[in-house]
Design a protein around this ligand. Structure first.
Ligand code: ZN
Length: 622
């Protein structure tokens, strides 16, 4: 038993990632009505460079119209998948027979099932976004471009942007005309994206009338920025001519170990992890689907399931994902030579390899490029999360990380041993980039990482146990980024330590703000005076909590509990039925969920039992 759950895990991880990107709710600003820092009279415009699948991207037909699926609806990003009926139809037609034959015979003859499953899965996920040998989409796949400041965009575009980037605090205090958003299709051609970003920066300077701008590369936007820096170098231009501040937010400056290890070594090889822990961990402890899959997999012949998944995995990268140079941009330098050997040596990959080699060169030099920019006067900031393990699909899942990207990449070199492992008492750093070690205390209150080994310890902020994909749901994370952009006096972690300290915590407040906003607009005339007072006081308590930028999880929990108690009481009384939204992600006491928890428990027990009885073996191997 080696890889039988691997690709499935990868597939689920991709689906999970893609489903976590859209918050859905239109955020509002509660707390922060008064700015925490000095807002410049004349704020310099900021360009946002989005992360993976954060740009609205559409699939266009040959007439240049948005393509419609069999139900007459627009194909939805990130995968532009056909309707479930079509996928199921294709699966039944092509894969059912070989799979049944495999189950009956306990053997996959001529690997027919393997190839059928590989083709369907790959085509389902990547078919519409297939790329050619030069790394360009074969179909017309494009991100919506925003060739105006935020103020002048359509309502739809504004909402789409704020779904991903709740920047109300910024637009309220800096003005909607000071915000610009770059966009790109996440699997597109890296060099094209970086060149377009270069042009966009020149456009914003012209459109806004400012000779320099601020820029905020987020997550995958960090890897785009690495390519951009090499373009500045090749054009012989200084970044100081265009930028006042670069504010990185959880940037993939040296890719992600998740992508790198998958390309270099394949998925994790550990029976115990795979069978017992990986899928539940991937799907969340609350979700029984992982346990269910663990059980189902045991009914398939092991060797052949291995084979199927190896072939699926190989097909997926070799024929589809491997042509995306933007995806290659997420491969760390340590993994690139091995990954290149695996996937880029065939003749048909020569043009891809030429481009990814170009990017690899940029990645090797990214710190030099940044130091040069800093020397020339560009102020460089970085905001990162830490102490969240990577998805358990690669060997190095416990490397210090934010759940998606290792901290070495996001922080430009902060040292740590593993998540939840403290630095030893006799820890001696290999080097320190602190500019004034005598007078600065950069120590992590949790003792896990050393920010002084990072490239810019004076301007890098850390959010403990904040997960990468929820960064935008942490209002303090967003307020910090916005404050740096709006205040020319905000120059380092020493500028406002009582408001924005170097180390802060995790919180999820985006839905809370939306729910408070709703209750503020609620017609309170029908309420008893007691409920009305409690509602108002709970909103005040929550607003105070939101106004406090020093994260205190007890304060957060108390405010949420009080607010949702009265909110739910009012909503329940109105509806007569218990059907509140679930904004805090806490368990709800509805019959449906009780049932699913029971089911989850049952499946969990079965999964555990099978593991104890059979170890890492499938039934047919016994
Ligand atoms: Zn220092």
């Amino acid at each position: 038993m080696k890889k039988s759950t691997k690709l499935l895990a990868l597939f689920l991880a991709v689906v999970m990632l893609s489903s976590s990107i859209c918050f859905g709710a239109n955020a509002v600003l509660i707390g922060g009505e008064t700015p925490y820092v000095n807002v410049d009279d004349d704020v310099i415009p900021t360009i946002i460079v989005p992360g993976l699948f954060q740009s609205e991207t559409k699939y266009y037909d040959e007439n240049g119209d948005v393509a419609l699926d069999a139900n007459g609806e627009e194909y939805k990003m990130p995968f532009f998948m056909d309707t479930t009926m079509e996928i199921a139809g294709a699966a039944l037609q092509d894969a059912l027979k070989p799979i049944l034959s495999m189950v009956v015979n306990q053997e996959d003859k001529e690997q027919q099932a393997a190839h059928a499953v590989a083709d369907i899965l790959s085509e389902t996920l990547m078919g519409k976004q297939k790329l050619d040998e030069t790394g360009h989409f074969i179909n017309d796949i494009r991100a919506t471009e925003y060739n105006d400041c935020y103020r002048d965009l359509s309502k739809h575009d504004k909402e789409t942007i704020f779904e991903h980037f709740p920047l109300e605090y910024y637009t309220k205090h800096a003005g909607e005309d000071k915000l610009y958003v770059f966009s790109y299709a996440s699997l597109d051609n890296m060099i094209d994206i970086a060149n377009k970003l270069y042009d966009y920066i020149q456009f914003v300077k012209e459109d806004s009338g400012y000779d320099k701008v601020n820029i905020v590369p987020i997550s995958q936007g960090g890897s785009v920025f690495v390519a951009l820096m090499q373009i500045y170098e090749q054009k012989g231009r200084s970044m100081a001519d265009d930028f006042v501040k670069i504010v990185f937010a959880v940037p993939a400056l040296n890719g992600s170990t998740l992508v790198g290890e998958i390309l270099e070594k394949g998925l994790m090889d550990d029976d115990k992890e795979l069978y017992k822990e990986m899928l539940p961990a991937l799907l969340g402890e609350e979700d029984y689907l992982g346990y269910l899959i663990n059980i189902v997999l045991r009914f398939l012949p092991n060797a052949d399931v291995n084979n199927i998944l190896d072939i699926v995995f190989d097909t997926f990268i070799r024929e589809y994902a491997g042509y995306s140079t933007a995806l290659w941009g997420l491969c760390p330098v340590e993994n690139y030579p091995g990954a290149r050997e695996n996937y880029l040596t065939d003749d048909c990959m020569a043009q891809i390899a030429e481009q990814t080699d170009w990017f690899y060169n940029a990645q090797l030099k990214y710190k030099d490029y940044l130091l040069k920019a800093a020397d020339e006067g560009v102020q460089i900031f970085d905001i990162v999360d830490y102490n969240v393990p990577l998805l358990r699909i690669v060997d190095s899942w416990d490397v210090p990380s934010d759940g998606i990207i290792q901290i070495e990449s996001t922080s430009m070199g902060a040292y740590g041993i593993a998540n939840n492992v403290k630095l030893p008492a006799d820890y001696v750093p290999t080097h320190s980039n602190c500019t004034d070690p005598e007078n600065h205390d950069h120590s992590d209150p949790h003792g896990l990482i050393d920010p002084c080994t990072a490239l810019f310890p004076e301007t890098t902020f850390y959010f403990f146990e904040q997960s990468h994909e929820s960064s935008a749901s942490n209002d303090v994370f967003m307020k910090l980024a916005c404050s740096i952009m709006m205040d020319s006096n905000f120059t380092s972690v020493h500028s406002y330590p009582d408001v924005f300290p170097q180390f802060n915590g995790a919180r999820k407040t985006k839905n809370l703000m939306k729910d408070i906003d709703e209750m503020q607009k609620y017609d309170k005339s029908k309420l008893s005076s007691e409920d009305k007072i409690e509602l108002e006081e709970s909103i005040m308590q929550a607003t105070d909590m939101l106004d406090n930028t020093i994260i205190d999880n007890d304060e957060e929990a108390a405010a949420k509990t009080r607010f949702y108690a009265i909110r739910d009481k009012i909503v329940d009384a109105e509806n007569g039925v218990t059907e509140p939204e679930n904004p805090t992600g806490e368990k709800e006491n509805t019959a449906y969920l009780d049932f699913s928890y029971a089911l989850k428990d049952l499946i969990y027990i079965l999964s555990e039992l099978f593991y104890i009885l059979f170890g890492g073996n499938g039934f047919s191997d016994l």
